[in-house]
Design a protein around this ligand. Structure first.
Ligand code: AMP
Ligand code: TRP
Length: 332
């Protein structure tokens, strides 16, 4: 059986990187797999979150998933904290994973910054919780953006070590699904940094809640270089900002970067940016309208999460029971 699990943090605005790198792919996968999509609020609190904002962001991300086209009847959409088994299995994985493995995680190094003594233990153990998310449902495939590849490898290591330690084949080794023309959308202000919710500059990202005017303004102000656009994607090497904008265009239009460049070869960025802005507004507009509508209907959004959590709990229950037996926890 093929089962998908993926997650997104409710830590701020959903942005174009989340949409093109992850959420849009989820929409396309929902017909071929049994899917669980999780708003990972336990992961969110590895960094400080204002309680009211956390609640609002949880609803906003949920609305974004539904608005993007994920059907909450066919799939399970829920928030992580409401299924206690995530935290339970994460503890067990804290005892399976090795310090040396976690010390290699680049996301921790980036997020902890210079003062890693001040980072929460949760931020350090974050990948173990992510492994628990996936393995709790014995998911086989995990669609994510490029930045999560290392965490997926760790998940496989944890599954393999657990299986090996207890001489079982209980956990499948999940496969990452990283695809599309925008597996790594970069900041509009710096082509070496990924587009991120935590970037202090709002001009660095296109939020799913931005108006058409804001989208156009941000694309217009996006950093580029002085060269005209090349005629193939190969010509974008060493031009991170240009490559990023072409990649975004390609992903939005669902064509390859080469095809985009056939249309714009030899031109400067002014006209290209105008067309990119029009394309972005045309593709995102309907999703944004639906998101706004849903954010005004918190009863519906909350009901989706409630129903999803119940269904997720049912699926998680047998895994936890079996893991307890495998480990030797007495269930008297
Ligand atoms: P996060 O916002 O970190 O919870 O990420 C949610 C999903 O979006 C994950 O699958 C990430 O890999 C993906 N994602 C986040 N930022 C980007 C980006 N800049 N480009 C592509 N995918 C991204
Ligand atoms: N760590 C992921 C991110 O920041 C979110 C996440 C949590 C996730 N649990 C997951 C993604 C399980 C895939 C599967 O993007």
């Amino acid at each position: 059986m093929k089962r998908i699990f993926s997650g997104v943090q409710p830590t701020g605005n959903l942005h174009l990187g989340n949409y093109l790198g992850a959420i849009r792919n989820w929409v396309n996968l929902q017909n071929d797999y049994e899917c669980l999509f999780c708003v990972v609020d336990l992961h969110a609190i590895t960094m400080w979150q204002e309680p009211d904002e956390l609640r609002a962001n949880t609803r906003e991300v949920t609305a974004g998933l539904i608005a993007a086209g994920i059907d909450p009847k066919k799939n399970i959409i829920f928030n992580q904290s409401q299924v206690a088994a995530h935290a339970e299995l994460a503890w067990i994985f804290n005892c399976v994973a090795r310090m040396g493995w976690l010390n290699r995680m680049t996301q921790f190094k980036e997020k902890a910054g210079k003062h890693k003594e001040n980072a929460s233990i949760g931020l350090y153990a974050y990948p173990n919780l992510m492994a628990a998310d996936i393995l709790l449902y014995r998911a086989t495939h995990v669609p994510v953006g490029e930045d999560q590849k290392q965490h997926l490898e760790l998940t496989r290591d944890i599954a393999a070590k657990f299986n090996n330690d207890f001489a079982t084949d209980f956990f499948p080794l999940p496969e990452p699904l990283i695809f599309g023309e925008a597996t790594r959308v970069m900041s509009l202000k710096d082509g070496t940094k990924k587009m991120s919710k935590s970037d202090p500059s709002d001009l660095s990202r296109i939020n799913m809640t931005d108006s058409a005017e804001e989208i156009a303004k941000k694309i217009k102000k996006a950093r580029t270089d002085a060269e005209p656009l090349p005629d193939t994607a190969k010509g974008l090497e060493g031009r991170a900002e240009a490559a990023n904008l072409v990649g975004i265009y390609a992903a939005l239009d669902e064509v390859s970067s080469d095809e985009v460049l056939q249309q714009f070869a030899g031109q400067g960025f002014a006209g290209f940016k105008q067309q990119l802005a029009d394309l972005a507004v045309a593709k995102l507009g309907p999703i944004q309208d639906e998101m706004r509508r849903l954010m005004g209907d918190t009863t519906h959004v909350d009901q989706v999460l409630k129903d999803g959590s119940e269904r997720a709990r049912e699926l998680a229950e047998p895994t936890i029971r079996e893991v307890q037996d495998i480990i030797g926890f007495l269930r008297a």
